[in-house]
Design a protein around this ligand. Structure first.
Ligand code: HEM
Length: 537
């Protein structure tokens, strides 16, 4: 039971109110008029023209004509399931978020896995980043952890996101290739935006072709903040670790499966949940006290950097179990609206400039994709606690707001929605001190693009290194422009001279002289401070 008396499947019970079963019913129009025939349209004579007054025909065809909504601008191909999160370690010391208080607390949730680049109908096993988005229906409102299966990202500033995606999606002049990064514009972007180096190493590794969603890790990527009831903050990174361990395909398998069963990964999730073999993922956190933010040789606000686990350990605090498939993919998986800006008291943002841009983008795109400002009323998006405010009207408004007054403050009604002080559960933004000049520039602390890419390469076993070389060779080998091939090979000299030379040979461009010989270059020092995590059980 949740403290407010709701049981942990409060979300499922809420959804039950919207489920409609048509079996055994009489067919009607949307005005509930019974339909006498559904195979012939109304005509003037059996061989005559169809009559405009056939309201059943018009309604049926019109509705069909309007069945499609825009697919997501990224992460269009996805698959989702319901589940629950059980907290194992009380996080009171770090956050006031209610769903993270008291070991054993259960929270219903909905998780959508996705491919970033491919369209809605693309193939599951393409080499791509996978989305890992979780909506927790907490008693304080919805909290969305909108992550990926890799801990870093291609770019550091949100202003480049449209450029990254334009370069990654099929090329505009011929709409080729579908769901693949093996083309000129993608690699041209990489070579000319070299902050992408670390993410490219992950993408070219076996992480880019996970076996299925049950055996895939997830990462919040950005540095967020946890804030406790005294207003003390810690920086935090979130991790999902699958109980089944992490598994990847090899490229030949991925390609063959793509031909034989493009639905391979969604089928796996659907069938396992239906069979009662529920996927489980532990939630882990890395925590850095507010005062320690400058103790590292990378900037903790830079989304192209991870926090090495040798320095800041990952502590497991709870487990997510996915235990129910959806009833209807459109109603739930397609209409769900995740947003990194959906936070609850005790969880806050940081100045990571990639995160800051995301905070704008998701609501903006959903206003278009889900047809206006009322998509929070769509069943899958509704919080389990009711929402109240003075927002009114708009396309497809479902609720009937009663009362004369729809503004704050007023003297005509004494029962309009009131605000809640922070100490009683009202969301209060962390009072970070901020100062600076208005400037369109990046921080020099974001300038090192290669140390962690090299760390990643150096941590690979020989067969993993070979897979990375093979992936680069395949992908860059599809690039038409010799100049772009050469630029990519030159760029990865900064990671490892052997890697760069192997790609150069495979794609037929000059082997660059790497200075210094990066295969001997040291990995970044791992001598930073060890932070201590003290969960309360
Ligand atoms: C989906 C924007 C970076 C994870 C989306 C969508 C947009 C978007 C517009 C479509 C949302 C919808 O239609 O409902 C951006 C921008 C980014 C960015 C502007 C950078 C500035 C990231 C990063 C991650 C991420 C770094 C991972 C941490 C996701 C996921 C989805 C998504 C998982 C799919 C959510 C779902 O399953 O519905 N993003 N994104 N994005 N994004 Fe991002």
């Amino acid at each position: 039971e949740l403290p407010n008396g709701e049981s942990h499947d409060a979300k499922q019970r809420q959804l039950d109110n919207y489920r409609v079963n048509n079996f055994g019913t009489q067919m009607t129009t949307n005005q509930s008029v019974k339909v006498s025939g559904d195979e012939q349209s109304l005509k003037a004579g059996v061989r005559g023209p169809t009559l405009l007054e056939d309201f059943h025909l018009r309604e049926k065809i019109t509705h069909f004509d309007h069945e499609r909504i825009p697919e997501r601008v990224v992460h269009a191909r996805g698959y989702a399931a319901h589940g629950e999160f059980v907290l194992h370690k009380c996080m009171k010391k770090y956050t006031s978020a209610k769903f993270l208080q008291g070991a054993g607390t259960k929270t219903p949730l909905f998780t959508r896995f996705s491919n970033v680049a491919g369209s809605k109908g693309s193939s599951d096993t393409a080499r791509d980043v996978r989305g890992f988005a979780v909506k927790f229906y907490t008693e304080e409102g919805n909290y969305d952890l909108v992550g990926n299966n890799m801990p870093v990202f291609f770019i550091q500033d949100a202003i480049k996101f449209p450029d990254l995606i334009h370069a990654t999606k099929p090329e505009p002049h011929n709409e080729i290739p579908q769901a693949s990064t093996a083309h000129d514009t993608f690699w041209d972007f990489v070579a000319n935006n070299q902050e992408s180096a670390h993410m490219i190493m992950w993408l070219m590794s076996d992480r880019g072709i996970p076996t299925n969603f049950r055996k895939m890790e997830g990462f919040g990527v950005h540095t967020f903040r946890l804030v406790n009831s005294e207003g003390i903050a810690h920086f935090v990174k979130f991790h999902w670790k699958p109980k089944l361990g992490m598994h990847s395909l090899v490229w030949d398998e991925a390609q063959q499966i793509s031909g034989k069963d493009p639905d391979f990964q969604r089928r796996d999730l659907w069938e396992n949940i239906n069979a009662g073999s529920f996927p489980e993922y532990d939630l882990g956190v890395q925590l850095i006290p507010e005062d320690d933010q400058f103790m590292f040789d990378f900037d903790i606000l830079d989304a192209t950097k991870l926090w090495p686990e040798e320095i800041v350990s990952v502590e497991i605090i709870g487990t997510m179990t996915l235990n129910r498939n959806v009833d209807n993919v459109f109603a739930e998986t397609e209409q769900v609206a995740f947003h990194p800006g959906n936070v609850v008291p005790g969880i806050d943002f940081t100045n990571d400039p990639l995160l800051q841009g995301r905070l704008f983008s998701y609501l903006d795109t959903q206003l278009l994709r889900l047809g206006g400002p009322n998509f929070a009323e769509i069943p899958i998006n509704r919080p389990v606690c009711p929402f109240h405010n003075n927002q009114r009207d708009g396309f497809s408004r479902q609720r009937i707001d009663v009362g004369q007054v729809s503004y704050h403050k007023n003297s005509l009604a004494d029962n309009t929605p009131s605000t809640t002080p922070a100490d009683q559960g009202g969301y209060e933004h962390y009072q970070e001190k901020v100062e600076g000049h208005v400037i369109r520039a990046g921080s020099p602390s974001f300038d090192d693009h290669f140390s962690q890419a090299r760390l990643f390469w150096n941590s690979m076993a020989p067969y993993e290194k070979q897979h990375i070389i093979d992936a680069f060779s395949f992908e860059v080998g599809k690039v038409q422009s010799q100049s772009v091939r050469q630029q990519v090979v030159d760029m990865f000299c900064n990671v490892d001279s052997g890697l760069s030379a192997a790609i150069a040979t495979a794609v037929g461009v000059k082997r660059p002289e790497c200075t210094p010989a990066t295969s001997e270059a040291a990995s970044p020092a791992l001598s930073m401070k060890n932070t201590t995590f003290v969960p309360e059980t």
